[in-house]
Design a protein. Structure first.
Length: 78
């Protein structure tokens, strides 16, 4: 019965910096969070806790999130 109402989302099986950027962007946009959240040390620590091997360069920043939002917006209207 719930199959018609709930969309099943496949869980990621591998780490990808692009996937992290995509999902952080979705989180910021859909929950009306400030772009600064991407640079917040507590938030970044949460991301690293989920994957301890993560390097600083693999984490999104407010600049990369802003760029992603701008590019997605432009692609939407093209």
């Amino acid at each position: 019965m719930l199959d018609l109402a709930v969309k099943k989302v496949e869980a990621p099986t591998t780490f990808s910096p692009d996937a992290i950027l995509r999902h952080v962007t979705i989180l910021i946009v859909t929950s009306d969070q400030p772009l600064a959240m991407a640079d917040d040390i507590a938030f970044r620590n949460c991301l690293v806790t989920m994957r301890p091997k993560t390097r600083k360069g693999e984490l999104p920043t407010r600049t990369t999130v802003r760029t992603r939002i701008t590019n997605e917006f432009k692609m939407y209207f093209d």
